[in-house]
Design a protein around this ligand. Structure first.
Ligand code: UFG
Length: 317
């Protein structure tokens, strides 16, 4: 039986991965410091090490018996990364360095890493392919790009089999046997959770209605968390020794903020209250993934569209 270490397995995406992997018969170990994750999202029967990537002993303990790692752990708020870059460089980059070192010491030779579209920054054109220039506009994206570079070197020098999966906008939720696994961020900055908690007294803000897009609002590429995890499992199966694949994960389709509002209003069966507001600093107008590489290398095509994503996110509340 294959045992996999899921770092960040108490977070939204990591806990979803744990559930799906267990359903497919994998044995799972989780390393999470619960700084943003929730211990109660980790199922019983999983080996859980509550610890940080900055603690090599905790990493070592969590890696026992594992033959592969899916590495989700890290700081992931763009705004916070601009205000506290030192935190992002320390936790994300030093933490990932520690993980790679302890993996090498323990002869664990496979990693699938959660990278981000934020590595590309403001795109020159869309859809964005993996060959697009990488010019991150915040510390979050810069740290993801630095980790990608470390993994490339590790694969070349030490035979690691690796994939960095560059997520666009992850959404939706998974109904597990223990209830819904969903986004539980505090503070919540993401569009869909903010739409779902919108009330007439506290309406969701549309950040900018004067963007150069069809309806003036920003366009993003949303991918369902279940589809996203399926891509990770495919990546685990196809990665090869001494090789590092960088692969975008999105749907390949863009939706404007107004279109997401419309989909959410349909799912909730009432018009979601909103107000038009100023642009948010640092937002690119349009981000859409070129997903041909994921289709080719992983044999993966996302199955769940924006309506399913908002319906699942709504049902999970
Ligand atoms: N938005 C609103 N109102 C809100 C929240 C968001 O109008 O209350 C808009 C944003 O301006 C943006 C879109 O909705 O146009 C999506 O915003 P999110 O905050 O949900 O997601 P981002 O596109 O900012 O961020 C995502 C990932 C990050 C990643 C980034 C890459 O969540 O991890 O893409 O640019 F870094």
């Amino acid at each position: 039986m294959t045992r996999i270490l899921v770092t960040g397995g108490a977070g939204y995406i990591g806990a979803t991965a744990v559930d799906i992997l267990m359903g497919q018969g994998f044995d799972i170990s989780v390393l999470d410091d619960c700084s943003t994750g929730h211990e109660d999202d980790v199922p019983k029967g999983v080996k859980f090490v509550k610890g940080s990537l900055l603690n090599r002993e905790a990493i070592s303990e969590s890696l026992e018996g594992c033959s592969a790692v899916i590495h989700f752990a890290g700081k992931s708020l763009v705004g916070e990364s601009v205000a506290k870059p030192e935190l992002y460089w320390q936790v994300n980059v030093v933490g990932s360095r520690n993980l790679l070192d302890v993996m090498r010491e323990n002869k664990v030779k496979k990693i699938v890493f959660s990278s981000s579209a934020a590595t590309y920054g403001e795109p020159e054109s869309v859809p964005i392919s993996e060959n697009a220039p990488t010019r991150p506009t915040n510390a979050y994206g810069a740290t993801k790009l630095a980790i990608d570079a470390m993994i490339t070197d590790e694969a070349r020098a030490h035979g690691l089999a690796a994939a960095s999966l560059r997520y666009f906008n992850v959404a939706g939720a998974l109904q597990s046997q223990r209830g819904w696994l969903t986004e539980r961020h505090d503070p919540e900055t993401h569009l869909i959770p903010n739409i779902l908690r919108s009330t007439p007294a506290n309406p969701v803000k549309i950040f900018g209605v004067d963007w150069p897009t069809v309806d003036g609002t920003c366009i993003r590429d949303y991918v369902h968390v279940i589809d996203l995890i399926d891509a990770h499992i495919s990546a685990l199966r196809v990665i090869k020794e001494s090789s590092h694949e960088i692969i975008n994960l999105g749907s390949g389709t863009g939706y404007s903020v107004r279109e997401v509002l419309t989909a959410a209003s349909a799912a909730l069966r009432h018009q979601v209250p909103f107000i038009e507001s100023a642009r948010r600093l640092g937002d690119p107008a349009v981000l859409i993934a070129d997903i041909r590489k994921a289709q080719k290398i992983l044999g993966w095509t996302p199955q769940r569209d924006i309506n399913v994503m908002v319906a699942d996110a709504a049902a999970s509340r």
